[in-house]
Design a protein around this ligand. Sequence first.
Ligand code: TLP
Length: 345
Amino acid sequence: MQYIDLRSDTVTVPTEEMREAMYKAEVGDDVYGEEPTVRKLEEMAAEMLGKEAAMLVTSGTQGNQVSIMTHTHPGEEIIVEENCHIITYEVGGVGYLAGVQTKALKSNKGVLNPADVEKAIRPKDIHYPVTSLICLENTHNRAGGTVTPIEIMKEIYEIAQKHNIPVHLDGARIFNAATYLKVDVREIAKYADSVMFCLSKGLCAPIGSVVVGTKDFIEKARKYRKMLGGGMRQAGFIAAAGIVALEKMTKRLQEDHDNARFLAEGLKNIPGINLDLETVQTNIVMTDISGTGMTGKELSLRLKEHGILINGGNDFAVRFVTHYYISKKEIEKTLDAIEKIVRQF
Ligand code: TLP
């Protein structure tokens, strides 16, 4: 059975064009610095994001963790948003790998307040850890794919520069943010010293993320990537799909956003389902289904019988994610199914 899979954009499989590019990729040993396709992808990514250098990593998690290790020293503190991916879904890596502690700030729908960031920077005092990094997430996953506006990015970056603290951007879905803001992705990336973005989410590549930054930063980061087992050999097979992702798939994301909007508007009309339409800016729809009396798990089991997949736990928060393999027709089917299930429950 071909499921309508709304669990995440990570479920996207490579397109025909990617498969062909992978098959034909020219490859070499990347640890020896002899990988022509990886080099091509890295040069392309650096250029697109407006940075000096780039490095292919195995995953978004590896990219974030390696970046944090590169920017910081054990015993220091990093400023993060309280529901960010880095501290929610990366297995406690910042404590274990980088050995840093986190100062987690509240946000307004995923958008940090620059004044709060400045207040969180530790003054010089023998008791305090050194604040050595500020992490941002744009788009913000748990907040429902919300976008931090350019002005806020800029304000936070200026505060960071004033205090001599680098900014790392978890830009797993930075191309979705750029699509929403209708700007070149460089306009967002320029307000961060390092950026991690994913090839394997809405861009449909099977594996891989990229970290961009200065030449020095990337050179140092390569050692941490190697330490974490990320020294890949003939990784050109992965990079080849990544090149297609950057060339083709970055330009079609509005369609996913339109579908998410269509889904959100439909869901809002179903009794018992609550959501904030203001947060539906990109390809993620976060809902509260408590009014239906069902938990996320219960809804997910029923939807599966209709050939639809969502992630549902024992609470009432349910996330829907649109992507290349979800059409408007499939959203209509999904809405019909949910309506039926809710009515019958
Ligand atoms: N997010 C995944 C899950 O891990 C939750 C998803 O399905 O959305 N930063 C952000 C903002 C992310 O959303 C993700 C993945 C990552 C980093 C990590 O990327 P991977 O999965 O490649 O390690």
